[in-house]
Design a protein. Structure first.
Length: 92
């Protein structure tokens, strides 16, 4: 239980910054295109308290190809894992 009230969006952004720092420390870097996807996923988490794969077929993701674009740009073996990680780390 937190001692102070913090807007959910602020809490999500703090957790996202921490997650990105952990990824960097582990040697994982993200390209500008990958960050576009991650940043937009975080935007959805801020407003919906989570993200589902079906959300990737909605705006703004459709501008970059929707779920097919995510699989292409993030890697078919990595996209689902990133969605799962973001949900676990940012909504906890």
């Amino acid at each position: 239980v937190d001692d102070e009230l913090v807007p959910y969006a602020d809490r999500v952004q703090e957790r996202y910054a921490g997650w990105l720092a952990q990824q960097e420390q582990a040697g994982t870097t993200f390209s500008a295109l990958e960050r576009w996807w991650l940043d937009r996923m975080v935007d959805v988490i801020e407003t919906s308290a989570g993200i589902q794969p079906s959300d990737l077929d909605q705006a703004p993701f459709t501008d970059k190809g929707g779920i097919d674009g995510a699989l292409r740009d993030l890697g078919s073996d990595r996209a689902a894992s990133l969605v799962t990680q973001l949900n676990a780390e940012l909504t906890a």
